[in-house]
Design a protein around this ligand. Structure first.
Ligand code: ATP
Ligand code: MG
Length: 443
């Protein structure tokens, strides 16, 4: 391959979407340069299809907004404007930047006029390749194409300085090396080891988003192994760092890979299943980790719920009533995810018997679910108002009584009928003398 960055070497013809070409043409027609950069170029050179094509330009954000009828200010302070093409696809157009000053958490940027300056502030050589559709020129000043061909991850410029500018690059290094099977160039590797203790300076949000990107890779295990071997789990994932070795770690990683890449959060949950807190309780560990990474309250609730209901799972030989009881405990919404986690573990472990047993059990769970067997309070044929009318006092007894009736219905679904349940309730009230209690609305 040629050392001259302007010479077109052995590379595929880029095939960006039409919309992107139109956006580029319009920028060029008004006297600006438009270069495709980043992930799309990197992936195209590797022969992979890539969804999001981004453009870099010398046009300032306000100029970009003036040129196109439909724009979205995605991050104007960073120079990024979303341009909507005629068919509604959005492309990110970012003004050439120059990193001027950083605190290791966020890169503080200033605009530049040359694509070379813009490439210089990018993190890795494989991410610092630009292509200009108008002229078919390629700019590859750091040998990103050679590194891609040779399978090498290398920082642009002096690695230690580049990581100190933005420690997120440390985590990005593991993701790219893992996703593309790259070996880390030695100077970059030494700088990574030195930079790892500073990961605690990052914001939780960036670490979390980066984790979700890792979990969206085909095989997250590769990047996660690097997190572990470079000591990068200590700051943000101490509950995982504690257990990231040996057979249980291998099992965890294999199970994560076995979950679909379109379920990144479920893969995070799988990771949490091996977590260990100070008190050795994985629920506590999962809660601490998700909270530290500032996942939403809904995600935290869902994650901790799945972790605490992972076992015991229903068994092929269980009675239908036990299966409904399990559905009640686990919650019908979580049942699928719990089975996904177990299926992934069985597939990862190569256990054909395990997969067969799960398939059989799942069919039974599924039948209960689609058959509409009541497993939650909301499905009961009566509610609290009915109990008040029967003379039960307002307060905790109502809930207890409903629980009792639900247990009865889980045992025998055919009893979920208004009259039957009212009869049971009346009997319990009479037996316990409950209607005589203070506050009872006796008729
Ligand atoms: P993917 O979208 O698959 O994560 P990508 O390479 O497109 O990969 P983005 O985060 O979308 O990654 O960033 C686009 C480009 O911006 C990168 O290719 C890289 O050139 C540059 N870039 C992104 N984040 C950083 C960073 N923290 N430091 C330096 N350059 C960065
Ligand atoms: Mg991208």
């Amino acid at each position: 391959m040629s050392g001259d960055p302007h010479v077109k070497g052995d590379r595929p013809a880029f095939q960006p979407p039409d919309g992107l070409l139109k956006v580029a043409r319009k920028l060029e027609a008004s006297g600006h340069e438009a270069w495709a950069v980043g992930g799309a170029i990197r992936d195209a050179i590797r022969g992979l299809p890539k969804g999001d094509w981004d453009l870099a330009t010398d046009a300032r954000p306000d100029q970009v907004r003036g040129l196109f009828p439909r724009t979205v200010p995605l991050g104007v302070e960073h120079g990024t404007v979303g341009v909507l093409s005629e068919d509604g696809t959005m492309f990110e157009v970012t003004t050439f930047r120059l990193d001027v000053e950083t605190d290791g958490r966020h890169a503080v940027v200033e605009f530049a006029t040359d694509v070379e300056d813009d490439l210089a502030r990018r993190d890795f050589t494989i991410n610092a390749i630009a292509w200009r559709p108008a002229t078919d020129d390629v700019q590859d000043p750091y040998g990103g194409r050679d590194d891609l061909r040779d399978g090498i991850l290398r920082a642009v410029g002096e690695p230690g300085l580049r990581f100190a500018e933005d420690y997120l690059r440390v985590l990005r290094a593991f993701r790219f090396a893992g996703a593309y099977d790259l070996s880390i160039e030695p100077a970059t590797g030494s700088a990574l080891r030195l930079a790892v203790p500073r990961l605690n300076r990052l914001s939780a949000e960036r670490v979390r988003e980066e984790l979700l990107k890792v979990m969206s890779c085909a095989e997250p295990s590769k990047a996660l192994r690097m997190y572990a071997s470079y000591g990068a789990l200590e700051s943000w994932y101490p509950e995982i760092a504690r257990v990231a070795h040996g057979v249980p770690w291998d099992t965890t990683l294999a199970a994560i890979d076995a979950i679909g890449a379109h379920r990144p959060y479920l893969r995070v949950v799988r990771l949490l299943l091996c977590a260990e807190g100070e008190d050795a309780l994985r629920e506590t560990a999962a809660h601490a980790l998700l909270t530290r990474l500032k996942f939403s309250n809904a995600d935290i609730r869902r994650g901790v719920h799945l972790v605490s209901h992972y076992t015991p799972l229903v068994h092929p030989a269980d009675s239908s009533a036990s299966i409904r009881e399990w559905l009640h405990e686990a919650g019908p919404e979580s049942a699928r995810d719990l089975f996904r986690l177990h299926f992934a573990a069985a597939r990862a472990g190569g256990s054909e018997d395990g997969v067969r047993a799960l398939t059989f059990t799942w069919r039974r769970v599924h039948d209960e679910l689609v058959g509409g067997s009541p497993v939650s309070m909301a499905q009961l044929a009566i509610d609290g108002t009915d109990l008040l009318e029967l003379g039960l006092p307002r307060g905790p007894l109502i809930g207890l009584m409903l629980e009792e009736l639900l247990a009865q219905v889980i045992e025998s679904p055919e009893s979920n009928e208004r009259e039957t349940l009212l009869r049971s309730a009346r009997e319990l009230i009479e037996l316990g003398g409950l209607d005589a209690l203070e506050g009872g609305a006796k008729g």
